[in-house]
Ligand binder design. Structure first.
Ligand SMILES: Nc1ncnc2c1ncn2[C@@H]1O[C@H](COP(=O)(O)OP(=O)(O)OP(=O)(O)O)[C@@H](O)[C@H]1O
Length: 630
């Protein structure tokens, strides 16, 4: 073939600077594009072979090689697929491939919307110019008698075609790397890019560095026999586990796949294998990860693939936000690979996928609850923030899971809301008592236990919004949550023969003593006849006031003054307690001040953390009390 020069029919002076500029943030995707073109070329040939329209040599092994040569400043992609004839190069590369680039340019002209443009990476072959100054294609078609063709372009709007010296079937694309792309002459960069985009692609991919000094290996074994050199390993897993049928996969395989993909060596708790052909094609595995410790951020990772080609991580337009707390791989060939995020957002098809995944997750949780209750309870501490977040975010998910949401009780077991309410209805109807800090509130927990009562433990950040959510959803049933120190239930009180009037008088009297001792004119004091004699006093703060306080503390961080909030805390004194009785009967005792302050601090410690000043005084006073015992 005589050398042929041509002009790429283009409507812009030069499209390539635009490609480089706009796609800069994603400029490693050219690796994905060129390798997937190689995969496609091989898949096409496999199909022809299966139809008997191509004959392949006996020892044929399909593969893709990527050669990184920092001396020659080239990065080369070789496949042994279908190849192209000169006519095909003209048609596919000069016309069709370019239309992808042209399409891109039109979008760029019409919509100055960055998201549209960056999201649209359907540039295929021409994305090579994002890093290359010159691109050379050497290709030999599988067809009998085909002649090898060379195509060269330096990224302007011109190309040159001539005969090539390629003798093997397939296509070799050589990128002469320019200044912009010099990172891609680094073996590690190329390797990690291939692993990012191509680790599940269906054809074996090998990375070759001709300039690397191979470490000397012993080529004789212990008996002096010549050792077989180790065969190079592909960088990818050509048959990812999710392609297998769920009933053919073992637990070990699921765990191994998880370790390999996420490099997470903590075992996942359980998983959901998605395998759907109709009405859309979706395969994948979603894992519920084990939370490390409470300081670990709950951040999952959902990798989206299109026919084993990586598209992106955590695309919240396709995957419901709360599912992003999971880890998983989803392969959806029906989702266009080259489409902008704003398009996905408005696509009804994508919503169907998202609803399907949500339903599958809810189904799995329900089946675990029904069939493997013990494991479900064991997993609960790890999975509950995820489930609660899902309930807050998605009403449908809430409807499907509300009956299987567990509450860990101070008795040590796990119950549903219905079970809790039912078994406590004699003592407090439609009311859920909860604990936010088991250590701090241990005094109250003990009192509850002594009286055969129980509270549920709600000690994570998601619990407060979740409580409000449940109260809203259950408003018809008038279900209310109250922290264990929010009020005093009748079950904790004993019969009291004192008249209401006398009681009021007594409370006022004691209030005066305590106000004076604590030098606090606003202190509220009430008297109750508790069942237990041991407790001297408790701090009571109505649920609503505490929620307001918590909120103001949160907003205080953003400049609101939380000190300006009135406090509704009151000191509840136990009439039955010896010390309280003693104070009432010996108002003028020299130790009254010490008693009152110590009682108040002890009650406060079980309610919230003391301020540094209060703590210092408490310790000083405790030491003084001890000294009096000498
Ligand atoms: N390695 C290759 N072997 C054989 N043909 C190829 C190869 N690379 C590209 N082609 C041909 O060139 C055409 C255009 O390639 P290009 O990557 O630009 O677009 P595409 O692969 O069709 O679509 P896209 O990459 O946008 O999904 C391909 O459809 C194919 O026919």
């Amino acid at each position: 073939m005589s050398t042929e020069k041509g002009n790429l029919s283009i409507h812009s002076e030069n499209i390539f600077p635009i490609i480089k500029k706009w796609l800069y943030s994603d400029h490693d995707i050219f690796v994905r594009e060129l390798i997937s073109n190689g995969c496609d070329a091989i898949t096409k040939l496999k199909k022809l072979d299966a139809m008997g329209e191509a004959s392949l040599p006996e020892d044929n092994e399909f593969k893709i090689e990527v050669i990184v040569d920092d001396k020659e400043k080239t990065l080369t992609f070789i496949d042994n697929g279908i190849g192209m004839t000169d006519e095909e190069v003209k048609q596919y590369i000069n016309q069709i491939a370019f239309s992808g680039a042209e399409d891109f340019l039109n979008k760029y002209k019409d919509k100055a919307n960055e998201d549209q443009i960056i999201g649209h990476f359907g540039l295929g072959f021409y994305s090579a110019f994002m890093v290359a100054e010159k691109v050379t294609i050497d290709t030999l078609s599988y067809q009998e008698g085909a002649k090898a063709v060379r195509w060269v372009s330096d990224g302007g709007n011109e190309y040159e075609m001539s005969d090539s010296d390629r003798t093997e079937r397939g296509t070799k694309i050589t990128l002469s790397i320019g200044e912009d792309g010099k990172d891609f002459l680094n073996e590690w960069t190329v390797k990690s890019t291939i692993q990012k985009y191509c680790s599940l692609m269906p054809i074996e991919i090998y990375l070759i560095n001709p300039n690397k000094e191979e470490p000397k290996v012993e080529n004789e074994d212990a008996n002096g026999e010549a050792k077989e050199p180790e065969a190079p390993k592909p960088l990818n897993d050509t048959t990812p586990l999710y392609l297998k049928k769920p009933n053919e996969c073992t637990d070990e395989e699921y765990k191994e796949f998880y370790r390999k993909i996420f490099m997470d060596f903590k075992e996942p708790l359980f998983w959901i294998h998605l395998n759907m052909d109709y009405p859309f094609n979706l395969k994948g595995i979603l894992y519920f990860p084990k939370l490390g410790n409470q300081f670990d951020t709950m951040e999952g990772q959902i990798k989206l693939y299109n026919n084993q080609v990586f598209v992106a991580d955590n695309i919240k337009e396709v995957i419901p936000e709360f599912l992003l707390l999971l880890k998983g791989v989803l392969d959806c060939p029906d989702l266009p690979l080259n489409v902008s995020r704003s398009f996905l957002q408005n696509d009804g098809f994508v919503k169907k996928i998202s609803n399907y995944i949500t339903k599958k997750v809810a189904d799995k949780l329900n089946s675990l609850y029904k069939k493997e209750k013990e494991s479900y309870e064991k997993f609960w501490d790890d999975i509950h923030p995820f489930i609660k977040f899902g309930c807050l975010k998605d009403d449908k998910f809430f409807d499907k899971t509300k009956g299987i949401i567990l509450y860990k009780t101070t008795t040590g077991d796990y119950v549903t809301l219905e079970e809790y309410l039912d078994r406590n209805k004699e003592k407090h109807e439609n009311k859920v008592y909860y604990v936010t800090d088991e250590t701090l509130q241990s005094q109250y927990i003990k009192m509850f236990k002594d009286n055969g009562m129980e509270a549920v433990i709600m000690n994570t950040t998601i619990d407060q919004p979740y409580i409000s959510h449940i109260e809203m959803k259950e408003s018809e049933n008038n279900i209310k949550f109250a922290r264990i120190d929010a009020d005093l239930t009748d079950s904790l009180k004993d019969e009291d023969s004192t008249s209401e009037e006398d009681n009021k008088k007594l409370s006022e009297e004691v209030q005066t003593i305590f106000r004076k001792a604590l030098a606090n004119e606003n202190l509220n004091v009430t008297m109750e006849n508790l069942k237990s004699e041991d407790i001297s006093a408790m701090i009571i703060l109505p649920e609503e006031s505490r929620r307001m306080q918590d909120m103001s503390k949160m907003y205080g961080m953003f400049g609101m003054d939380s000190a300006a909030m009135p406090s509704n805390e009151s000191l509840l004194l136990n009439k039955k307690n010896k010390l309280v009785k003693y104070i009432i009967d010996n108002k003028d005792n020299e130790n009254t001040d010490i008693f009152c302050n110590q009682i108040y601090d002890l009650a406060m410690i079980s309610h919230k953390q003391l301020s540094p000043e209060a703590m210092t005084k408490f310790i000083e006073r405790s030491n003084k009390i001890l000294q009096k015992l000498i």
